[in-house]
Design a protein around this ligand. Structure first.
Ligand code: AHN
Ligand code: ZN
Length: 329
């Protein structure tokens, strides 16, 4: 009898040990469910852009930047996100030390399946493409270049608070994206916040199934093309997002045209953090720079922001994350 008990104990131990040693945990796909995708409130997103712009240019080492930082972190907190302010010191191409902060708002921080949604919250320190040369050394408001993506992500945060989601969602607002050297050779002068976060994620061992970056997503008649870095690193995510959006009726914005690679936050997230991230970014067909006519000029103010465009992007993103939570993306 005693021997049998000992044998059973031995057997159980072997089985338990074998369990522990088994393959690294594979997260099972979720059961396929039906889910309601909340409505994206474009007027609300618009207001969140206006609030950012009202601080003035959000350039590191300025009072407006500090005020905008507090506004963004507090707003995400008020929407029920777990917020981390990731302070870091960056060195600009000028040698200037920048006091910078990535702001991360997380939903369901312990959920094993995660998606990361990102945008940059700083605005450019110079207006290097402004037609008025005398004002090129002045910082820009960045309503579209920075403000629009953040405004949409704040509205998504509010939607998640009101419609609990069975998915981990991390909203990452990168700092110091736009302090790069004008026409410089060195791509690492751009995207200082995403470079820092990719090397020092807000939680150790951080991972996500995929990521979506929003950059200049608010102007009238925006054209979101399939950008080369996104195509190279995250082709399936890119095609699924575009198809979903087109099926929702936003094919005038999300077009099936390919455009060349861009140095943007997603490049560093893909290369350094190894997270598949696409870039939704406006690439007009008819401007010299390939960006909006207002790009890196003082014309990048609230007058370029269009609510229909905000809705096309915001409603697409809500569909992506709620479908994903139901095993349908
Ligand atoms: C460059 O022009 C090097 N990158 C485009 C990324 C960018 C700048 N997004 C906003 N501002
Ligand atoms: Zn810019």
């Amino acid at each position: 009898m005693k021997n049998i008990n000992l044998f059973l104990l031995f057997l159980i131990s072997v089985l338990l040990f074998a369990q522990c040693k088994s393959e690294p945990k594979v997260i099972p796909p979720p059961p396929i469910k039906n889910v309601v995708v909340p409505k994206f409130e474009k007027d609300s997103a618009y207001q969140y852009i206006a609030r950012q712009v009202a601080f003035g240019p959000r350039v590191p080492n300025t009072a407006a930047h500090q005020a905008a930082k507090n506004y963004l972190a507090n707003t995400l907190r008020s929407f029920g996100a777990t917020v981390i302010e990731q302070d870091f010191m960056a060195t600009a191409y000028t040698g200037t030390k920048l006091n910078a902060t990535n702001i991360i708002g997380s939903y369901n921080p312990d959920h094993p399946r995660r998606v990361v949604l990102a945008a940059h919250w700083d605005s450019r320190h110079i207006a290097d493409y402004d037609p008025d040369k005398s004002r090129q050394d002045q910082p820009i408001l960045g309503a579209d270049d920075g403000g629009s993506g953040v405004g949409i992500l704040l509205e998504i945060a509010r939607a998640i608070q009101n419609n609990p989601i069975d998915l981990g969602v991390d909203i990452v607002l990168f700092d110091a994206e736009d302090y790069g050297e004008s026409q410089g050779e060195d791509i690492t002068t751009w995207c200082l916040g995403s470079q820092y976060w990719s090397r020092n994620p807000h939680v150790k061992g951080y991972g996500a199934d995929f990521g979506i970056l929003l950059d200049m997503v608010g102007s009238k008649g925006a054209r979101f093309t399939k950008e080369e870095v996104s195509r190279a690193f995250a082709p399936k995510v890119l095609d699924k997002v575009w198809k979903l959006s087109q099926n929702m009726g936003y094919g005038n914005y999300f077009v099936n045209d390919n455009t060349r690679q861009l140095v943007d936050d997603h490049l560093f997230v893909n290369k350094i953090a190894g997270i598949k991230m696409i870039d939704i970014i406006n690439r007009p067909a008819d401007t010299e720079t390939g960006f909006g006519h207002y790009w890196h000029t003082h014309a990048d103010d609230m007058s370029v922001i269009d609510k229909q465009t905000l809705r096309a992007v915001g409603q697409t993103l809500l569909a992506v994350i709620y479908q994903k939570s139901a095993g349908r993306f």
